[in-house]
Design a protein. Structure first.
Length: 130
């Protein structure tokens, strides 16, 4: 076998190894129930803000801690601790995705994605005759 063939085989094997490691470490969407079952794994949990529960953010005491309650898409309610400042217009969010791990019945979020309501609504348009 030529040296170039051996080098190509090693390069292909290394590329396959890198892809396998990357896929094995990728985060996945889940529910709070799945996050409770595997607390050491990082998940993306999508849901909505529970407006009837308190939101706590005191920038004078802890600027990088915001806690709130969220209901995932399966209907399970869970307390979330976001280790970042409170997002602007957070209570107006239509949907929330928290990224993190479950720890002692509290989802420890390292990041958050919010979908805010569209400024474009489906209001009927008016026609003007000239």
């Amino acid at each position: 076998m030529k040296k170039i063939h051996i080098v190509l085989i090693l390069i292909v094997a290394a590329a396959i190894g890198v892809v396998m490691v990357a896929l094995g470490n990728s985060d996945s969407y889940a529910s709070f129930a799945q996050a409770i079952e595997n607390p050491s794994r990082t998940y993306h949990v999508a849901g909505k803000l529970e407006l009837n529960e308190p939101m706590v953010y005191d920038p004078h005491t802890e600027a990088n801690l915001f806690t709130f309650t969220m209901v995932d898409n399966d209907g399970k309610k869970c307390r979330v601790a976001l280790h970042k400042p409170r997002p602007q217009d957070f209570e107006r969010s239509e949907q929330i995705v928290v990224i993190g791990q479950m720890e002692n019945d509290v989802f420890q979020a390292k990041d958050i994605l919010t979908k805010c309501p569209s400024k474009y609504n489906d209001a009927p348009t008016q026609t003007v005759e000239l």
